[in-house]
Design a binder for this molecule. Structure first.
Ligand code: CA
Length: 220
């Protein structure tokens, strides 16, 4: 079993390698995102341990790039502190699991073994309604085959609305799924994103259901 550890903290990277080698894994280390991407493209790994905060290309981006290229090696993400991890963002980029630092080596090993047992993840399928198609792995959206350029948050809001296409979803549900649980700002932030999505996708794609929320139309 061959693992890639992408981690810029030298002491942590070395101790991970020492521990994992003791468990019988072959381990390569990359100290930054660019090297990590390069190694992941060059060799076939059974799993990748990927830090988020990295010099050069960050962990989210590394994950997103690999998934976009059709690389489905299981990825365990490492995050420095609770709250740094944006679950919606992380899962949208295609990570399989994550661990918050500091973590115990035993826990890391257990999570890695679980990922290895599951094997290479299936590419998530695209979701579509009314001619709008969203590819969660490639972070791409098309409308009737034409690419639509969205910001990360617009993408996340659309992702949630499309998954529930045809249903009415409240602003609270959208905020809870797209922003993190610590968000205590104005729910009307959702309106801002719905407005910009309507501008890009057409005014009739997302209906306002007065007093209830929004609905992504399933009929054309
Ligand atoms: Ca780091």
């Amino acid at each position: 079993m061959r693992l890639l550890v992408v981690e810029d903290e030298d002491v942590l990277a070395r101790s991970l390698r020492a521990g994992l080698e003791k468990e019988g894994f072959a381990v390569d280390i990359a100290g930054d995102g660019t090297t990590g991407l390069w190694l992941a493209r060059e060799s076939a790994y059974d799993a990748i341990v990927l830090d988020i905060m990295l010099p050069g290309v960050n962990g989210y981006k590394v994950c997103q790039e690999l998934r976009g290229e059709g690389n489905w090696t299981p990825i365990l993400m490492l995050t420095a502190k609770a709250g740094e991890w944006d679950e919606a963002e992380g899962l949208d980029t295609g990570a399989d699991d994550y661990l918050t630092k500091p973590f115990s080596f035993v826990v890391l090993l257990a999570r890695l073994r679980a990922l290895l047992r599951r094997g290479t993840a299936e590419r998530p399928t695209t979701i579509a309604a009314s001619g709008v198609e969203l590819d969660p792995a490639a972070q791409a959206v098309t409308q009737h085959g034409e690419p639509v350029d969205l910001t990360a948050k617009e993408f996340a809001v659309l992702n949630f609305l499309l998954r529930r296409a045809g249903d009415v979803v409240s602003k609270t549900e959208i905020v809870e799924n797209v922003w993190d649980l610590a968000f205590d700002g104005d729910l009307n932030i959702v309106e801002v994103y719905v407005r910009s999505l309507r501008k890009k996708l057409g005014p009739s794609t997302i209906e306002t259901i007065r007093g209830a929320g929004y609905r992504f139309r399933t009929e054309s």
